[in-house]
Design a protein around this ligand. Structure first.
Ligand code: BGC
Length: 844
């Protein structure tokens, strides 16, 4: 037995010991509570916390988003957090250990911010590339999603912090997410959408789960007795707490009976005093309330919030001293997917670029200067500093190399927040004009959710002003943009330029809050002449919980601009003749974010044209794609290299320089198929009809669907190039595992992700019902994977378990799993489309 095994065994023993202690402590605490206090504990006391109950030594439990960082109770740049790469990026590492390290770091961040429960990970599936929160989920494959999610949960909880695996279940798109009824047949529900949750519950024992906004097969998820009480708790043995998505709980009785424990956010929810009243009216039993309270108290005990009870993880043993920037950089470079890397004039692939051979590097693109490092919505955190690609390259290139920059094409349709040249602060005003509080502003965005600054009472607050000065750098017509749902008045140099009441746009109140429409004015200004600027805002209620402290409005600014054609011309001139041209293209928050689905997969603005023009001017053009989910790359065959950086987190530029200049290999493999064109994608419907969204494709999403589609994707599931080559030498199977031997045949050390697919032999597995064989068993499924590292010339072995579960289907008639006995082909592959070795096995 290794030291590691001994450690694991003693950890497991002490976890069991603690479970017993926790359960006893929970019973004692519960017995001391009256009905009103118990009902109150199941309801948020504000946006992010549960009430403390000092009589039983219970501290207030604090929750926070998640998943790429820990925002804390402030929704504001004043409380910065480490920002890791997007979940799609984490999945692209195919590295559960790295996901675990991410979890350790996030737990450290949570402890620093007094957070006990992280609202993450998001393990819904990439059903359609149009899904708005695609960037926040891991993969189109349930196994990869489950393995990465389990690594993440394990890491966070080893740090003593709880997780809520979300959104249980079927929140795979955003359109009408609060009401949509997703109609999902039992097989795909169990084999695809529930599978990651099941894997995580079995392998990482999460302390919490978050139930989704949507309905599944006619019942809303915060009231889903069958899936929560029977499947999650019953069949899988989940013993954690069930927290509603924010405002998702709608009915006191149905929610409690449907297995919901905590309704968020507070203070007005369907639980609390309404729950106590329902018990008194005989509509629900007190023992059902007790069961929910027990689970909350258990969470408190586990996270160290119950005095006198040892936390699940001994605080002395939590991973500490983790360097967040280093983890962010490591995940980023391990996640970058090199989609293409063709030879150029010297006969060698364009990447990695040899820094010693470079004299001039052209860097093009708005996102090269302002990287889009994370996806929008509740996943937003505020990093202290971001290394943009331009900065990262500047720092990494040897002295003497000239770096030239041009924006090329501005993809943002919204004006960026006012920053350069502005000196701003926020003033909170009472109706009589008294200043209740004044806070500094780093830019023109005023956003908070949770609590107003000290001295600001909700009842007294009448208006908020963003105020200060602006010193223009250029003479001309500057664009100023205001946004916010409510009354907005913009004054520049004593003159009112905008004064109107702005109504919500669309029907999603979160969207109206998070992304209010923007109104622009042009103001002629002179370089160097300072002017006073004030934007006054009187928010309007959005029915989001009027008792919540929340604020979101902004002032944007853009310099007098060149005509778009001139910007492209300048980029072409900048790139021509450079030894390397790096074009960074990106999606924007307007096209890829929480709260809405994407309408198309195009890069916004004129970025496609920009790439084509730059590539024509410079044969050594590398395109970096900065998006959280698939985009169409119509020029992909015209450029020698395409590198996908996802939303790379705060160390974006440092990691990019590592990979472009060869200090690190791009480690990523696609966790999801990239279509060439949206119309080729097998599943594109995300808009409900008559309130319902039918998952008519059944089991066929992702590569399962592409393999029977007429069109080929641009890049298949699992694809990604490194900087070396691999030869797969042998494949040996046992009934429950696979061993693959492979050799690094290239010139440098590298890492290869060995993927194992399982395909039923020609006629389908013997014993499969005709429907299983003909329609419902996909051509292959990912059954396991492992990464190996080797020096040039070295041969290494990967051993990969082949669990029996991989040969099972969900039998709809029996309502249980069923082994499909018969012949299978085991395939060792570099990607789903690049299968290198096969072996036949029979399962009986
Ligand atoms: C999101 C959740 C998030 C919650 C709290 C919701 O709108 O769907 O994922 O945890 O808000 O911010």
């Amino acid at each position: 037995m290794t030291d590691h095994d001994t450690d694991r065994r003693s950890d497991a023993q002490s976890a069991h010991g603690r479970d017993a202690v926790h359960h006893a402590a929970v019973e004692t605490a519960l017995a001391a509570l009256d009905l009103d206090t118990k009902a109150g504990l199941l309801s948020g006391q504000d946006a992010w916390t549960l009430p403390a109950i000092p009589e039983i030594g219970l501290r207030s439990l604090v929750m926070s988003d998640g998943p790429v960082g820990v925002r804390g109770q402030e929704w504001s740049a004043a409380d910065p957090s480490v920002a890791l790469p997007s979940p799609t990026a984490l999945a692209a590492t195919w590295d559960p250990q790295l996901a675990r390290t991410a979890g350790h770091l996030l737990a450290q961040e949570a402890r620093r911010k007094g957070v006990h429960v992280l609202l993450a990970p998001t393990v819904n599936l990439h059903r359609s590339p149009l899904g708005g929160r695609h960037f926040e989920c891991y993969s189109e494959d349930p196994h990869l999603t489950g393995v990465i999610g389990a690594g993440y949960v394990r890491g966070v909880q080893e740090g003593g912090v709880g997780t809520t695996v979300k959104h249980f279940v079927g929140n795979d798109a955003e359109t009408d997410r609060l009401t949509v009824d997703n109609r999902i047949a039992p097989r795909p529900l169990h084999e695809l959408y529930l599978a990651p949750f099941e894997h995580i519950v079995e392998n990482a024992r999460p302390w919490g789960i978050m139930t989704a906004y949507n309905q599944v097969n006619g019942a809303t998820m915060t009231e889903h007795h069958h899936l929560v009480n029977e499947v999650l708790r019953g069949s899988w043995g989940f013993d954690g707490v069930n927290v509603s998505d924010w405002t998702a709980a709608r009915d006191t009785v149905r929610a409690l009976n449907g297995g919901l424990d905590v309704a968020m956010p507070g203070p007005r929810t369907v639980f609390g005093d309404r729950l106590a009243a329902a018990v008194r009216a005989g509509e629900v039993t007190e023992s059902a309330v007790d069961a929910a309270v027990r689970r909350v108290l258990l969470l408190a005990a586990r996270t160290g919030c119950l005095e006198g009870v040892p936390a699940a993880v001994d605080p002395a043993r939590v991973p500490q001293g983790i360097d967040g920037r280093a983890v962010a950089r490591e995940i980023a470079r391990s996640s970058f997917v090199l989609l293409r890397n063709e030879p150029v004039a010297d006969g060698r692939p364009v990447l990695p670029a040899d820094p010693a051979a470079l004299r001039t590097v052209a860097v093009i693109g708005a996102a090269a200067r302002d990287a889009r490092v994370l996806g929008g919505g509740s996943a937003t955190v505020f990093p202290e500093a971001v290394v943009a690609p331009l900065e990262g390259l500047r720092a990494a290139l040897p002295e003497g190399v000239t770096l030239r920059y041009a924006v090329g094409a501005e993809p943002r349709t919204r004006v960026p927040h006012a920053r350069t040249g502005f000196a701003l602060r926020t003033r909170y005003l009472a109706a009589d004009g008294r200043v209740l509080a004044e806070t500094p502003q780093s830019d023109g965005k005023v956003q908070l959710i949770g609590s107003y600054p000290e001295g600001v009472g909700r009842a007294e607050l009448a208006a908020v002003e963003l105020t200060g000065t602006f010193t223009p750098q250029a003479t001309g017509r500057h664009v100023l943009a205001v946004s916010g749902t409510g009354a907005l008045r913009l004054t520049v140099a004593g003159q009112v330029h905008f004064d109107a009441d702005c109504a919500p746009d669309g029907s999603d109140p979160f969207e109206a809050f998070m992304h209010p429409a923007e109104q622009r004015v042009e103001v002629p200004l002179t370089a160097g002449e300072q002017v006073d600027v004030t934007l006054r805002f009187v928010p309007r209620s959005l029915g989001l919980g009027d008792d919540m402290d929340a604020l979101n409005f902004s002032l944007g600014h853009a310099e007098p601009q060149q005509a778009p054609d001139a910007e492209i011309e300048e980029a072409v001139r900048t790139a021509a003749g450079a030894d390397l041209a790096v074009v960074v293209v990106a999606t924007t928050e307007e096209v890829e974010s929480e709260g809405f689905d994407r309408a198309d997969l195009r890069l916004p603005g004129r970025q496609d044209e920009l790439v084509a023009r730059v590539a024509a001017a410079n044969p050594r053009t590398v395109v970096v794609v900065n998006s959280g989910s698939p985009v169409e790359l119509p020029w992909r065959e015209q450029v020698p290299a395409v590198l996908l950086s996802w939303f790379p987190g705060q160390e974006a530029g440092a990691a990019l320089a590592d990979v472009l200049l060869g200090a690190a290999e791009p480690g990523g493999r696609l966790p999801t198929t990239w279509p060439a064109r949206l119309e080729d994608a097998p599943v594109t419907r995300v808009t409900p009809e008559g309130g319902q969204l039918d998952y008519t494709e059944g089991l066929f999403i992702g590569y399962r669907a592409w393999e029977r589609a007429a069109a080929a994707p641009a890049y298949p599931f699992g694809h990604g190039l490194g900087y070396t080559d691999w030869e797969y030498e042998s494949l040996d199977t046992t009934p429950d595992s696979v061993r693959v031997r492979l050799r690094n045949t290239g010139q440098r050390a590298g890492r290869e992700v060995v993927q194992i697919y399982l395909a039923p032999a020609d006629s389908g597995p013997a014993g499969a019902a005709p429907t299983d064989r003909d329609a419902a068993w996909p051509a292959r499924r990912l059954a396991g994977f492992a990464a190996v590292r080797a020096a040039p010339g070295e041969s290494v072995e990967a051993e990969i378990a082949l669990p029996r579960r991989m040969f099972e289907i969900w039998d709809e008639t029996a309502g249980a799993r069923r082994l499909i006995a018969g012949d299978y082909t085991v395939e060792a592959a570099h990607s789903v489309a690049d299968r290198r070795l096969t072996a036949e096995i029979t399962v009986g």
